[in-house]
Design a protein around this ligand. Structure first.
Ligand SMILES: [Zn+2]
Length: 279
């Protein structure tokens, strides 16, 4: 019974979210509580959706039942944040690899999708690895699309909407570089999967933004990167970083991490040794 109620509501949440992303018209049941209508109104505006959103003539709102058990889940991507969470969270928390998730929508692995999925799977608490630089921003570009589903505001809005189901970030006070530093100190970096072109055969393509990002983190710690970065990627993303420093335009949404690297005394331009690991 409870599973049917949860399923009905989570498919409603999933479909509503997707329709707003696609700019389609959304008609909510006439008995939608004002708090829920408020959430979707806020979400629509926050992602800049062109959708029409209103209440229809028919009733049919599905309230979420309380979870039967107080269970928690963490979604593991293998990246810096999830490697940290995987190491510190108790073993009793269920882990689910995002590689095994159904590819349901164009926004598959965004935090909002994971939050809905956690409810569907019956977990009251969903641990998401939202680190400080994302948590502190109102919106963020991911995979070429703007999302708000990293922000403190979204976590608050969602937790009000989906209560008593909750999204929690245990790393929101940490920067990505701090997390990386911890992962390296605890010798967990061999398991990192951060590259956009990751395959079982090749963990680091050496060409993408993520490879450059991790490469520079290793260098800022004065360490040997575990892979070779292409000279082309090195020059391209260094140029983007300089552009960000000069203009404040952060094309990748994570260049603000580099303020911290600068504070640690690391400068790309002065890192003459880095070229040793370029290909
Ligand atoms: Zn790569």
């Amino acid at each position: 019974m409870i599973a049917d109620l949860v399923k009905a509501r989570t498919s409603f949440d999933h479909d509503t979210r997707l329709a707003l992303w696609r700019g389609e018209k959304v008609v909510l049941p006439s008995d939608t509580p004002s708090k829920a209508f408020g959430y979707w109104t806020w979400y629509r505006s926050a992602i800049g959706s062109a959708s029409e959103l209103g209440l229809g003539a028919r009733r049919g709102w599905k309230a979420l039942p309380a979870p039967e058990k107080d269970l928690s889940i963490v979604f593991i991507s293998g990246g810096v944040e999830s490697t940290y969470l995987d190491a510190i969270l108790p073993l009793t928390i269920r882990r689910m690899s995002i590689d095994n998730l159904p590819k349901l929508s164009e926004a598959t692995t965004h935090e909002g999708y994971l939050a809905i999925l956690a409810v569907l799977l019956g977990y009251r608490v969903c641990h998401l690895g939202i680190e400080g630089s994302k948590f502190g921003t109102e919106d963020y570009e991911k995979d070429g699309r703007l999302t708000v589903e990293f922000s403190k505001r979204w976590v608050c809005e969602w937790n009000g909407y989906a209560s008593p189901y909750q999204v929690v970030s245990m790393v929101h006070d940490m920067t990505r570089f701090q997390l990386f530093n911890w992962v390296v100190e605890h010798r967990l970096d061999a398991g990192l999967k951060s590259c956009f072109g990751y395959t079982d055969e090749k963990k680091w393509c050496g060409e993408c933004f993520k490879c450059w990002n991790i490469f520079t983190f290793y260098r800022a710690l004065g360490r040997d990167p575990r892979f070779r970065l292409s000279t082309k990627a090195w020059l391209r993303y260094n140029t983007e970083l300089r552009a960000y420093i000069e203009t404040g335009v952060d094309k990748f949404g994570t260049l603000s991490d580099y303020k911290e690297l600068a504070q640690c005394g690391y400068s790309l331009d002065q890192d003459k040794e880095a070229t040793k690991w370029l290909s």
